[in-house]
Ligand binder design. Sequence first.
Ligand code: SF4
Length: 330
Amino acid sequence: MMALVEVKDLAKTFDVSAPWLNRVVERKPRQFVHAVDGVSFSIAKGRTLALVGESGCGKSTVARLLVGLYTPTRGAVSFDGRDTGATLKSGEARTLRRRMQMIFQDPYASLNPRWKVLDIVGEPLREHGMAEGGDVLRQRVAELLESVGLAAADVHKFPHQFSGGQRQRISIARALATQPEFLVCDEPTSALDVSVQAQVLNIMKDLQRQRGLTYLFISHNLAVVRHVSDDVGVMYLGRLVELSPKQALFAQPRHPYTRMLLDAIPDIKMSGRSRTPVQGEVPNPLNPPSGCSFHPRCPHANERCSRERPALLDFQGIRVACHAVEEGRI
Ligand code: SF4
């Protein structure tokens, strides 16, 4: 299957140094955070890759790098076979922006409260010259609203007249306005009640089937990921530690961190298996641990783990970065 999106050795470093004068007075060096550090993956057309991990693992930074909101410090992203960094600087930037869109976590923050739905969903259509004239625009916006389960008459309402789940549907309608092929969804349902989450996720899955959409889905919630993804990448402190087809990951998680995350989710089959809360805390990214950055929390860590960073190795289509897996210890 052809990859629509390909990410190679992607890295993003943020300069989080104190202001120059403070550094001089307090004799502090510059400080950098490696938010994303050498991440590679690809997403085939029509598939969903979910990136999971605790907050601060770099998954949202990857999302923003993919749509060009951040410039990579190293590495590259290609879309439909072309480097996105180069395309965004060329005359074809508009076309690329039309082909990939992003949905954010908080629909309240991303929808202008003073605009009617007609303007919110219609803006990208106007911007890309995809609907000239008031009637055509209204018709297109009404169709988009109906495609996400809202009513055509909702065009005249304001965001505050909708529930949280409905507002997220408006965001999805807006993202779909330009007929994109690739959607980057950053925790799109995390702000919603569990029952509403399922409705929104089902709409997203239906739209994917109908339109052949490709998704990058960012979430900290493995139960949500299980519902929507084809493949799953588990991130820890800026790196991928496991990248696997969904079934394999849930049936037999390899990396100790993936196991820890899975042990913490409620047992869906109600088999009586007890939950183990996630142990320990994510280390300070300003001062990450040596070797495998998971070693202070890992029950299988040994001396090699604290010294040598494990590479992401392929085990029959499942990629894992762990010395213990490589050595056959676990
Ligand atoms: Fe644990 Fe070592 Fe594997 Fe890291 S490399 S996850 S510390 S066993």
